[in-house]
Design a protein around this ligand. Structure first.
Ligand SMILES: *[C@@H]1O[C@H](CO)[C@@H](O)[C@H](O)[C@H]1NC(C)=O
Ligand SMILES: *[C@@H]1O[C@H](CO)[C@@H](O)[C@H](O)[C@H]1NC(C)=O
Ligand SMILES: *[C@@H]1O[C@H](CO)[C@@H](O)[C@H](O)[C@H]1NC(C)=O
Length: 361
């Protein structure tokens, strides 16, 4: 309750002053709307009370911005690179005071968020609330620039999502009762069901082009390697978490295919982040990495404890040798590699369209 009330208040205070163009525009670029979790959150959680994950502390942001911005990495995130490739400016967070750039898109993502409202409840902006925030923007636009203009803007726009990891095996963060009382398959069904609902709602308002990602091998995050070591004494990835990701990754493309055949004009892109991460875990040097098991920033085994920026943390000397910046988040270098593949990768990693094709449609 508390944080959602805060978001409402914040909306009134900060966002009601959005400058909205009153003349017709011919939108030469497709806008970029961003939904999801910490992999895509560029600062929304900075404005939440009780945020589960707040990363606007040093050394986050050290590589590119030179100061912490609320991005969970040393530098830029995937949406930053996608915006750059699409010749858009950086897309600002929805909650940023004075955010006026929403003709180019808005970022609604929130670190720790899941597709299920129960996931890290009250400490994140869940996907349903992100959708509500999107509808707020859409309504304001409609009132100012008119129905037809907004429809064009929304149908040209690309909607990208990073969502699901937090609904599954993140035992130190989430205390979702959902996970405990349902089978793995049932949870996957609910997660995919809720993602589908959000996509359908955006489609109803006029959205046509959707970019999604499979989940990474979650069990190979430094955090889960450390957890496995602590609970079983064994090294390597946590297989249960990878199994869960695989179940999700089988179900997601199926539902997107179904949407494509049921919804006229619906187009999508799905990026295989599982395989691409796996390749880097197996052949680090091929991709310019030296360390893919241990995080650059954190403490304990694999630096898998979430202490980056807090008392007693360790920081690596050369972040560009690392795949993971902290216990679960990739470095800017890894984000750049992923974003490039999403943008113009072949159908081996991104299909049926890559994002470049979606933007140009
Ligand atoms: C999870 O819930 C249990 C019991 O409901 C509680 O004891 C525990 O502290 C909670 N853990 C977290 C991380 O919130
Ligand atoms: C969405 O998630 C909730 C749990 O948060 C679940 O009860 C509901 O069935 C899910 N919706 C769909 C369409 O799967
Ligand atoms: C940091 O690591 C990268 C990638 O391995 C390497 O190219 C670069 O020379 C290193 N920089 C320093 C200062 O060692």
């Amino acid at each position: 309750m508390e944080s959602s009330r805060f978001i409402d208040i914040c909306f009134l205070v900060f966002c009601a002053s959005l400058v909205i163009p009153t003349r017709s525009h011919s939108y030469s670029h497709a806008a970029l709307f961003i939904f999801g979790d910490s992999l895509y959150d560029v600062g929304n959680n900075n404005y939440l009370k009780n945020a589960l994950a707040r990363v606007n502390i040093k050394p986050y942001g050290q590589t590119f911005f030179k100061y912490p911005t609320g991005r969970a990495s040393d530098g830029r995130l995937i949406p930053d690179f996608i915006a750059e490739f699409a010749k858009l400016p950086l897309i600002p967070p929805y909650l940023q005071p004075g955010n006026r750039q929403f003709i180019n898109g808005v970022n609604f993502a929130s670190g720790g968020a899941g597709a299920l409202v129960e996931t890290n409840q009250r400490r994140v902006i869940d996907l349903k609330t992100q959708l509500r925030n999107f509808k707020n923007i859409e309504k304001q636009l409609r009132e100012k620039v008119g129905v037809a203009e907004v429809k064009t803007l929304l149908s040209k726009a690309v909607y990208i999502f990073s969502i699901g990891s937090n609904d599954y095996y993140v035992p130190f963060a989430t205390n979702s009762t959902v996970l405990q009382s349902y089978s793995q398959e049932e949870v996957v069904k609910m997660v995919i069901g809720n993602i589908t609902t959000v996509i359908q709602e955006i489609y109803k308002i006029g959205g046509r082009k959707f970019g999604l990602s499979k989940l990474t091998p979650l069990g190979c995050d430094p955090a889960l390697r450390a957890l496995k070591l602590a609970t079983t004494g064994g090294s390597g990835c946590m297989d249960e978490a990878n199994m869960q990701a695989k179940l999700h990754n089988i179900a997601l493309p199926e539902v997107l295919k179904e949407l494509e055949s049921n919804l006229k004009g619906f187009k999508y892109s799905i990026f295989d982040c599982y395989t691409t991460t796996d390749e880097r875990l197996n052949k680090p040097s091929k991709y310019g990495f030296k360390e893919v098991k241990m995080a650059c920033c954190g403490s304990g085994p694999y630096r898998g404890s979430f202490t980056c920026g807090l008392k007693g943390y360790q920081l690596c000397d050369n972040v560009s040798e690392y795949l993971y910046f902290d216990a679960v988040h990739p470095t800017e270098k890894a984000n750049y590699q992923f974003a490039k593949l999403m943008w113009k990768g072949s159908t081996e990693v991104v299909k049926p369209y890559n994002l470049k094709t979606l933007f140009e449609m």
